[in-house]
Write a protein of this length. Structure first.
Lengths: 291, 396
């Protein structure tokens, strides 16, 4: 057991032959991820990084048995790539691409809601199960095997958290970077739920940031479940100014849960171990695990 | 991306949304000419002079005034043009007014009382779809309405697969208490507004107020339009409406070097790779007794050029007493970043405030060694806690 990806995952890379796709695919292969090929329309039949290139995701599923896809396709075509993967029967889609128009993602998310698939991202660092599979762009060596799950909206802050957890004498079961876009495939709550159901995870680090209701929703869900596993939480942006980037009327939908302070308060009330300083994530996790 | 009211109204009008008509002007002479033209086109004899800046609360700040004659158009435009308009959204220094919109008077007397409403369309992140919000409390800040009388806010969520349906527009119009001609006009108004929102890839429309005139016409008196930056590549015409003079000059400069920078007013500058870690670094600064002077994400490629550009921008803020560079090396190697810091430092010449460089991840030790050997007045740290301590010392 592990979360989302493991050594048996058969991974394909959409946008395989592009510069981003090529670089990160070779890093993933080096890590030991079972990359079974890639998709670049029009280049089917070629070989790239010693792996077969397919014209369509459907071909990759049929001929190479792919069940996980990672997407490096440029923003204008990324929503299409997500829908193609879902239509072809891929079970886990990891969309790395940053800058996809919101309208495109809204439609893609609706489209895949009718399929049996989990979308992680977009605008995320991906998913890693240490020692088994890295389906993302994170530095693999930071994530040492262990029993702590990480859920985070951010890239480098995820690496920071993993590094601290490892230095505190623990390790990582899996880490999920859910992405920083307004519309993402998997919410904080859903990602936390994966770890709550994973027998190889004993504790969870949950990292959020200002905007939206995801962390508050997750915290309330955790409380409703009776806090089955300890969760250490951090919200980035306690010093972020109001109104920058976030629309005027946008703050209203977020209601009272939108600021870092409000989210941290809710997380505290729900029994999470909230850290004020991002430097304390590892230490507090270690303390909590010792009981 | 934000655009001006007059630009927003042009876009709305092109989708059949009725607007308060107006002509934009950059001088009092042009304002007079605009008023005369407006008089010919609409018959209006009173004129509303509206400062065009990217901020709300213009009326309270003295940026919106009524002129009851052409002479008054001239004197009022002269007053408003060039003023530093201060509103609750501009900050204490205010914003310089370069343009005014000369608009027709739409509050003329007639068969019924004019009535103001509030209408907006925006993304509901949690539901993953757009939502129409409406209220009978036109002209009021929606935040205030939400706080004091939340029951007065009407919300209608739009299914992305089928778009806005007729029954939804009718529901909103009925909930606003409209009937007869005003009701029909409002349904049409909502429909065309949503069409414009979708077609322009907008992330927010706020029409406050929407006015029902004394002869039952529904029109947009103000319009705040925000376009999804990620979709601008397919709206070249809208992208051209960007007004750089409305943006912070340092933020514009940073953008040219591909740096994601937001100016704040603290005393410790920071330079970080990744947006989440950048926000977390700001929080660390605060917890160390300082205030962050900026948000700065150098992205995935922290090299000598980006670090130098970052230094130059941060150093333009006279309040900055220290700089914290926080890089978690993944694909980016820390030794390279360290070389970049040393090189940038030398290129700039003298930097007479303390610099703390925290490098962690790939080749962190090598990076720290490079900083140490450089002989520069740069303190290095590996663990985030140490970095926080160094900031504390620098401020002491």
């Amino acid at each position: 057991m592990s979360v989302l990806v493991n050594k048996d995952s058969k991974v394909i890379v959409q946008g395989f032959t592009g510069s981003e796709g090529t670089f990160h695919a070779s890093q993933m292969i080096e890590y030991g991820t079972n990359v079974v090929g890639g998709v670049t329309p029009g280049k089917g039949g070629q070989t790239h990084l010693d792996k077969p290139v397919f014209n369509t995701v459907a071909d990759a599923v049929e001929k190479a048995g792919a069940n996980v896809s990672i997407i490096f396709v440029p923003p204008a075509f990324a929503a299409d790539a997500i829908m193609e993967a879902a239509d072809a029967g891929i079970k886990v889609i990891v969309a790395i691409t940053e800058g996809i128009p919101t309208k495109d993602m809204m439609l893609a998310k609706e489209y895949i809601s009718t399929k049996d698939v989990t979308l992680i991202g977009p605008n995320c660092p991906g998913v890693i199960t240490p020692g088994e599979a890295k389906v993302g762009i994170m530095p693999g060596f930071v994530f040492k095997k262990g029993r702590i799950g990480i859920v985070s909206k951010s890239g480098t802050l995820t690496y920071e958290a993993a590094d601290q957890v490892v230095k505190a004498g623990l390790g990582i079961s899996s880490a999920i970077g859910i992405g920083g876009d307004p519309i993402i495939g998997t919410s904080t709550k859903e990602a936390v739920e994966f770890f709550m159901n994973d027998p190889e995870t004993d504790g969870i680090v949950m990292i959020g940031e200002i905007g939206g209701n995801f962390e508050a929703d997750a915290a309330r869900w955790i409380l409703a479940q009776g806090n089955p596993k300890p969760v250490v939480g951090f919200i980035a942006g306690q010093t972020a100014p109001k109104g920058k980037r976030m629309g005027h009327a946008g703050a209203i939908i977020g209601g009272a849960d939108d600021t870092a302070a409000a989210k941290m308060r809710i997380m505290n009330e729900c029994g999470l171990h909230v850290v004020e300083s991002p430097a304390d994530i590892g230490e507090v996790m270690a303390k909590v695990m010792k009981g | 991306m934000n655009i001006h009211e007059y630009q927003a109204k042009d876009i709305l009008a092109s989708y059949g949304v009725r607007i308060q008509k107006g002509v934009v002007a950059e001088s009092k002479e042009a304002a007079v000419k605009a008023a005369k033209q407006l008089n010919r086109d609409t018959g209006t004899e009173w004129y509303v002079i509206k400062a065009q800046i990217h901020a709300g609360g213009r009326g309270k700040g003295g940026g919106v005034k009524l002129a009851k004659s052409i002479d008054e158009v001239s004197t009022i435009s002269d007053e408003i043009l060039g003023m530093q308009l201060i509103t609750h959204q501009t900050g204490p220094e205010g914003k310089k007014v370069n343009k005014v919109l000369i608009a027709e008077d739409v509050y003329y007397p007639g068969a019924s009382e004019p009535k103001e409403y509030y209408l907006s369309i925006l993304l509901d992140r949690d539901k993953g779809c757009n939502v129409i919000m409406a209220s009978t409390e036109g002209g009021m800040d929606i935040e205030t309405v939400a706080e004091e009388t939340p029951e007065k806010i009407i919300k209608e969520w739009i299914d992305p697969r089928v778009g806005l349906q007729g029954f939804q527009a009718r529901k909103v119009a009925f909930a606003l208490g409209l009937e007869g001609a005003g009701f029909k006009e409002m349904v049409k108004f909502i429909f065309n507004l949503y069409k414009a929102y979708e077609a322009t890839d907008s992330s927010q429309f706020e029409i406050n107020p929407v006015l029902k005139t004394s002869d039952d016409k529904i029109l947009a008196v103000d319009a705040k339009v925000n376009i999804d930056d990620n979709a601008l590549y397919r709206h070249k015409d809208i992208a051209e409406l960007r007004d750089l003079s409305e943006e912070d000059p340092l933020e514009v400069e940073a953008g040219k070097s591909d740096l994601n920078y937001v100016r704040l007013d603290g005393n410790v500058g920071c330079m970080v790779n990744g947006a989440g870690l950048a926000m977390a670094t700001m929080d660390i600064i605060k917890l160390s007794g300082g205030e962050p002077a900026n948000f700065l994400d150098v992205g995935g490629s922290a090299n000598a050029e980006t670090v130098e550009a970052g230094f130059r921008i941060i150093l333009k803020e006279p309040n900055v007493k220290a700089i914290l560079i926080n890089i978690f090396g993944g694909i980016v190697r820390c030794d390279r970043v360290a070389n970049g810091v040393v090189e940038a430092y030398k290129n700039i010449g003298t930097i007479d405030i303390p610099i703390i460089v925290r490098l962690q991840g790939t080749n962190a030790e090598e990076g720290a060694e490079i900083i140490k050997k450089s002989g520069l007045k740069v303190t290095s740290a590996v663990v985030l806690k140490d970095a926080a301590e160094r900031v504390k010392e620098a401020l002491a």
